[in-house]
Design a protein around this ligand. Sequence first.
Ligand code: ZN
Ligand code: ZN
Length: 171
Amino acid sequence: MKTDLRALLSGQIEALDFDQDSSLTQMQRGGDTLGFNSPIHVQGRLSRLEDGVVFFSGRLDTVVKTVCGRCLEPVLEPFSIEFGEVVYADGKEEEYDLIIEPEGPTFDLDAFCEAILELNLPVSFLCREDCKGLCPICGTNLNTSECNCKENQIDQRFAKLKDLLQESKNK
Ligand SMILES: [Zn+2]
Ligand SMILES: [Zn+2]
């Protein structure tokens, strides 16, 4: 989904109000696939900062669809962020830190959303603050049931200790 910036760059218009949904429905991040349960909605204003330079300020809202970083259960997490970025800088790319590589005098909403989310989404999501996660030994979801792995492990350690004590006594 691309927006032509020529009218803005030529000074024909001073600013362009922007209100669109991105067609981006998922993205890769650190080996995980993140989906979006509601479209990524972007609202803001494209404006000419100086000759050949377009600035975009606004707000992005979506609902991220992923899995809990601890227990792997599905998670839906609303996410919003306010941004202000230079999205086009003809011949001045060095001066401005562009978060997307524009092709021609256009603004690519999907590429922009991906870049903003990449930079700002939390590293992982949790189903709830105090998620207990999965047992590292048997894989039981400790939020919904219990297992005896921990106790068994402790018992085993004590058993070993007993053996050692026994051995040293027998010497
Ligand atoms: Zn969880
Ligand atoms: Zn277990």
